[in-house]
Design a protein around this ligand. Sequence first.
Ligand SMILES: [Cu+2]
Length: 155
Amino acid sequence: MSKRKQELKRCISAVSLRGLAACLLAFPLAASADGLDVTDARMRVLPGDTPAAGYFRLGNTSDNTVVLVGARSDAFGRVELHRSMNKDGMASMAPVSRLEVAPGEELTFAPQGYHLMLMAPVGTLSVGDEVGITLEFEQREPLVVDFEAVPPTAM
Ligand SMILES: [Cu+2]
């Protein structure tokens, strides 16, 4: 087990949620490519057949608009970009086909907003696992990002 993983396990056994959140913030997963910066990549794992949800922040440090058009992963049969909405107290979500990030801007995937819907897991996921998810863009190379599996309470 990696040192990082041990630290995370220790974090997750922390008694308070605040302590846990602080712990997780202290160990953000990150990936970067030319002009792109992905941080806080995490994946909420739910029991049973409920799809997992992936969250991250995508910063565009390039001079051009970056367009996120999809994602894929060997660990899931299907991955979609979704947006959660709340209309008249009814929660729903809908697929999103493309998301633009202007130069210098940041796009946040977070609970109650944009998320990666991770469906049909190939294996069993445990808290602390790291799963590679490939983000796909218009007119630029895809970017592989390691997402860390976190418990639902970590959100
Ligand atoms: Cu969804």
